[in-house]
Ligand binder design. Structure first.
Ligand SMILES: [Zn+2]
Length: 352
């Protein structure tokens, strides 16, 4: 039987990184342990990969593997650290008042660049301004937790729906790679690929939400949970709004903005605002969330508005309230329908 590293090599992936207790990010060990538990419950193995790219992969071979590039973890840590430092979510107390000095030059840059993509996150340095404010540290932990779970569950979503095996029988490679693919691919491949992404996002959204609800319901005597409930989750609808806000933040950050002049049916991944919109649609249509339509609509409105404010304050850029509206066109609606018809081919476990 081949080892994990053999399989990674076969798909030209970086090697496994040893997760050290004294990793300078400060948080890799507990997060990798949680990801391992999630993956094992789904028959897969979790590994961190030696690379600074903001990527994650799911592989279905002799072993099912979810791999997160170290660079993805670093960016997620940095997003959470910037949230803690810049005074957003002021209900979580600390020294920092929200500061905002938007800069036109920064506004022109991709958020991933502003977040120094591929620079290792160094806890000792990057938490210096707020480490001693317990509630800001709790906020860091919560934001990181949700971002991290969303990425892990997205990859698990590919496995749970057998995207690798289905894809292998349809095309050839059982590798699912979440990074920039060749700029343009044939629509015959692009439509199924985009459908798979939307399905994996839906799975990730549902599970990120459910695991947060479970965590909050186990209140017990944990100070951490008590503080979250007192400050951030006062009413039931606060949970769904918070999850949507963080996912919106994730898509704003990962938006490469290079899709605008490209034919939509030739991209391997749907544009980031398109993926966000699909998640919002899922919330309204899927009754399994147990949330009525009115609460959903309020949550959506709240998340979209606060998502834009968060981006501006965290990155010192001008707001872009039209980020999501950009894809409100008949052409994009038609594209969404096309993906919708593709979904049944990519849902659920294969039986044989
Ligand atoms: Zn994916």
């Amino acid at each position: 039987m081949r080892t994990i590293n053999d399989i990674l090599k076969k798909y030209r992936q970086p090697q496994v990184m040893t997760v050290r207790f004294d990793d300078q990010s400060g948080w890799l060990t507990p997060f990798a342990e949680e990801a391992q538990a999630i993956c094992q419950a789904n028959g897969a193995t979790f590994v961190v990969l030696e690379s600074g790219g903001m990527n994650a992969v799911a592989i279905q071979d002799e072993i099912e593997i979810v791999g997160m590039y170290a660079g993805m973890f670093w960016v997620l840590c940095r997003v959470a650290a910037v949230a803690a430092e810049r005074g957003v979510f002021p209900a979580m107390k600390g020294e920092a008042e929200p500061i905002w000095a938007p800069d036109p030059m920064r506004t022109k840059q991709a958020p991933r660049r502003l977040l120094q993509e591929s620079d290792p996150f160094v806890w000792a340095i990057e938490s210096a301004g707020w480490r001693d404010a317990p509630e800001r540290q709790m906020l860091f932990y919560l934001v990181l937790k949700l971002l991290f779970r969303f990425v892990v569950f997205h990859e698990v979503g590919h496995l749970r729906n057998d995207h690798g095996r289905r894809k292998q029988s349809a095309i050839s490679s059982p590798l699912l790679m979440d990074r920039r693919a060749p700029p343009l691919i044939d629509p015959k491949k692009a439509i199924p690929s985009q459908a798979r992404e939307i399905i994996a996002d839906g799975y990730a959204f549902q599970n990120t939400f459910t695991t947060l609800e479970t965590m909050l319901s186990k209140a017990g005597e944990f100070d951490l949970i008590k503080t979250y409930k007192k400050r951030l989750f006062k009413s039931e609808s606060d949970t769904i709004t918070f999850v949507l806000t963080i996912i919106n933040l994730y898509f704003r950050i990962s938006d490469r903005s290079d899709w605008r002049n490209q034919p939509i049916d030739r991209l391997s991944h749907p544009p980031a605002p398109f993926r966000m919109k699909a998640i919002l649609a899922l919330l309204i249509e899927d009754k399994s969330f147990g949330i009525d339509e009115r609460t959903s609509m309020n949550a959506i409105q709240g998340a979209v508005m606060s998502g834009d404010a968060l981006m501006s304050v965290m990155l010192d850029v001008y707001p872009n309230p039209n980020w999501l509206k950009e894809i409100d066109t008949p052409a994009y609606d038609r594209h969404f329908k096309r993906l919708f018809y593709e979904f049944p081919r990519w849902c659920g476990r294969l039986t044989h």
